[in-house]
Design a protein around this ligand. Structure first.
Ligand code: F6R
Ligand code: MG
Ligand code: MG
Length: 368
């Protein structure tokens, strides 16, 4: 079997218009860079995708995860695309590039990254998800449903290869620690943590038999890196499917419920995560609502990604979209009030501390 690394690296380096989309000239530069990476032999294959104002590089190569060469090429590509963005006065040009110089790995420098090695099976269905106007914890509920909830994934009950469950690696984004849970035995323990997706995020799902990674997310949080609100950490996720793993339909099913996520308008509001085809990946209303696209690939044994299928373009997601639009209406009517607006803890990286500081002397002891 061919062994390849699948790397998905994304960044927002300029929006067209505001934070709603990416200008075609930026996408053309991204395509040019990816074609160069392939023709030079750096990568085996690629598909250049996007969601909202984010450009997504989906790449197969044989350099392993965290390859400096791959990460540097992507970083340099984002820098080159930023130049085009600046010329066209795109909004927030270079927004996600938090450093002036590359230092070995894009992680911790702004771009999001999900990657792992794959021993490619004779037929290897893979779904790459990308979301805009939300944060890495948005994947917690869908991943839990795919790999641990029999009401979503009947394979956990009736497929011998899945019946023992899976392991989940969970990152604590605040204290920079990780912990591995074994499910279903530790389901309740894990839910204590992943039910708080702003801090605890599922990084990987692994097979129990050999710890092979079968799903990965990007867990980079910009405010953890920059120490203040500098934009959104719109996340990506990779899920391998079928034959002892969730069927493609089981990996898509969680998104039939447009669950509530953080990240809408100014990264400070909750909203429904709306599944959309790539033609509709342009957050518009109140800079949203947050949305997710899913690209399906049949990866070949030569590491070729081939033509993706636009999975959420299917009309079976129409009801989810309608629900999301109804929930968006309902939440918007809260205006600046919670729970539409994020809770105080999560507002910590916005203007809230400055307003508090400005008013601190006007706060006097209350009578009772
Ligand atoms: C949300 C998002 C947008 C911006 C908003 C303000 O994740 O990206 O809602 O936060 O458009 O943008 P700035 O601060 O650039 O004016
Ligand atoms: Mg943006
Ligand atoms: Mg974005």
């Amino acid at each position: 079997m061919g062994k390849y690394t699948l790397s998905v690296i994304k960044a927002d380096v300029g929006g067209w218009v505001g934070h709603s989309d990416v200008h075609p000239d930026l996408l053309a530069k991204a395509d040019e860079r990816m074609a160069q990476a392939k023709s030079s032999g750096l990568i085996v294959d690629y598909y250049r995708s996007k969601v909202g104002d984010d450009i997504v590089f989906i790449m197969t190569h044989q350099k392993g995860p965290d390859s400096e060469e791959i990460h540097k090429f992507c970083w340099d590509s984002f820098v080159a695309i930023t130049e085009v963005a600046k010329k066209l006065s795109q909004y927030g040009a270079g927004q996600d590039l938090l450093s002036d110089a590359f230092s070995g790995n894009v992680k911790g420098m702004g771009p999001g990254c999900a990657e792992f090695d794959i021993d490619v099976r004779p037929a290897e269905p893979i779904i790459v998800y990308a979301a805009d106007k939300t944060e890495p914890g948005a994947w917690n509920m869908p991943l839990y449903k795919m790999f641990a909830d029999p009401f979503n994934t009947i394979g956990l009950v009736i497929d011998k290869g899945m019946h023992d469950g899976f392991k989940f690696r969970v990152h604590d984004l605040r204290d920079h620690k990780e912990v591995v849970f074994s499910l279903p035995e530790e389901m309740y323990d894990m839910l204590v943590f992943i039910g708080a997706p702003s801090r605890f995020v599922i990084k990987n799902v692994m097979r129990k038999s050999n710890d092979e990674i079968v799903a990965a997310t990007s867990t980079q949080k910009l405010h953890e890196i920059a120490g203040r609100y500098v934009g959104k950490d719109d996340p990506v996720m990779i899920v391998r499917c079928q034959s002892g793993l969730p069927a493609v339909g089981e990996a898509l099913e969680p998104f039939a419920f447009p669950h509530t996520v953080a990240g809408w308008m100014r990264g400070s509001h909750h909203g429904p995560l709306m599944p959309v085809g790539t033609a509709d990946d342009t957050p518009t209303r109140f800079d949203g609502p947050p949305r997710v696209v899913a690209l399906g690939f049949q990866l070949t044994q030569d590491g070729i990604l081939g033509t993706p299928r636009d999975m959420f373009a299917d009309r079976s997601y129409d009801n989810a979209r309608q629900t999301a639009l109804d929930v968006a209406d309902y939440l918007r009517r809260h205006g600046p009030f919670e729970p539409h607006r994020l809770g105080l803890d999560e507002m910590e990286y916005t203007t809230m501390p400055e307003v508090m500081e400005k008013l601190k002397d006007r706060f006097v002891k209350a009578e009772d």
